[in-house]
Design a protein around this ligand. Structure first.
Ligand SMILES: C[S@@+](CC[C@H](N)C(=O)[O-])C[C@H]1O[C@@H](n2cnc3c(N)ncnc32)[C@H](O)[C@@H]1O
Length: 369
């Protein structure tokens, strides 16, 4: 498979050339079948620049459904069992698309609401201003439970708070919006890069392969490149391919988050309390406190145990005695004084884990050059 490439043609035919189970993430922004029948005017009589492109038009709902069944079937075939698909749409099409996806075996993980903080007003005043679009995030099937989701990484991205399924992101405007030579929008439905950044960051790892069968201006490719992921784009219209290729070629900087990695629980729990003492992250003789403000304390012993009054034992055993519970996770009980404040020893363990991961990478890099 040629990666970081844009393939020209009809995605239903072109996806057929991609091997089974080879793609980590699919982002699809298909035609919405908007059915804009007559031109729409603002109160000052200027025409609204709506989506009236030929590629968005279908004869009937059944023609649209048949088209969606074909491309979605192919997407499911190429998706890895650990992969996920994200399909964006509006009220015009998303319920039909969702129904088709469920019938094909996809399993909905979330329906993300993209809340546009700067939506286009409802000029006719006959409905509420439409300020949302929906992204259906799905695994390949209910039985495929080991899909990639960087939960902790996204929490970090969201300032330490778990991210919700409502994403407030501005419409793609200003500098980000690609224009033709005559200053008009180069594409009627260019998506904001922030949207694709979240999609890719949350559900892939570095070097994973992202497929976008409706590539348009290449927003997916641009975000993938900035996050050090690989992409394959498929687009029917040569003029959009030219715009997308130029856009992607001009990128020479990465997002800061490109090197972020999801902490894996297994790896971190392999760091023992003894290791932290051996590596001088914690010293024998230091005091541990059984809470952020608690005065109950124990002393660290050189063998990795704790001395509490007349009892010696592991951080877990002494923790359980103090908490008066049959067992306990000592990593979540004990605090140590660092830089004038008490820090949970689990935080020190994370710090140690991340610093040793970095030295390991440096070592691997040095030995490969
Ligand atoms: C909604 S737009 C995607 C916009 C894109 N997400 C962006 O940010 O620029 C859909 C794109 O799919 C393309 N397209 C429509 N039908 C197609 C098909 N059968 N195969 C490949 N591309 C198709 C259209 O030309 C259009 O550029």
């Amino acid at each position: 498979m040629k990666l970081n490439t844009i393939i020209q043609g009809d995605c239903i035919e072109k996806i057929k050339e991609i091997p089974d189970n080879s793609i980590d993430l699919i982002f699809a922004d298909p035609p919405y079948n908007m059915q804009l029948e007559t031109p729409l005017y603002r109160p000052n009589n200027t025409q609204v620049d709506g989506v009236d492109d030929e590629w968005d038009k279908f004869e009937s709902f059944s023609e649209y459904d048949a088209f969606c069944i074909l491309w979605l079937k192919e997407c499911r075939r190429v998706l890895k069992d650990t992969g996920t698909i994200w399909v964006i749409g509006s009220y015009h099409n998303i319920f039909r698309v969702g129904n088709i996806m469920l019938n094909l075996g996809f399993w909905i993980l979330n329906d993300i609401t993209w809340y546009k903080s700067n939506p286009m007003p409802n000029f006719l005043g006959k409905r509420f201003t439409n300020a949302t679009e929906t992204i259906l995030w799905c695994s390949k099937g209910k039985e495929h439970k080991k899909y990639t989701f960087n939960h902790k990484l996204m929490k970090r991205y969201n300032g330490g708070k778990q991210m919700t399924s409502v994403w407030q992101i501005k419409l793609c405007t200003g500098e980000e919006r690609l224009k033709n030579e005559d200053g008009k929008k180069a594409h009627s439905t260019q998506k904001p890069e922030e949207l694709l950044k979240r999609v890719i960051l949350s559900a892939t790892r570095q070097d994973d392969i992202v497929l976008d069968p409706f590539f348009g201006t290449g927003t997916t490719g641009a975000a993938a490149k900035k996050l050090k992921r690989k992409f394959i784009g498929i687009e029917k219209e040569p003029e959009y391919i030219e715009i997308a290729q130029k856009r992607i070629d001009a990128i020479n900087d990465f997002f800061d988050e490109a090197d972020w990695e999801e902490e894996t629980k297994g790896a971190q729990t392999k760091v023992s309390f003894e290791t932290l003492i051996r590596e001088n992250f914690i010293k024998a003789g230091e005091t541990l406190y059984a809470g952020k403000k608690d005065s109950v304390s124990a002393v660290v012993l050189s063998d990795g145990g704790l001395q509490y009054q007349n009892t010696k034992g592991s951080i877990h055993k002494i923790g359980a005695i103090i908490r008066q519970t049959p067992s306990c996770n000592g990593w979540k009980v004990w605090y140590i004084q660092r830089n004038g404040r008490r820090v949970l020893i689990d935080e020190l363990r994370k710090e140690y884990f991340n610093s040793s991961l970095q030295s390991f990478r440096q070592l691997a890099h040095n030995s490969s050059v």
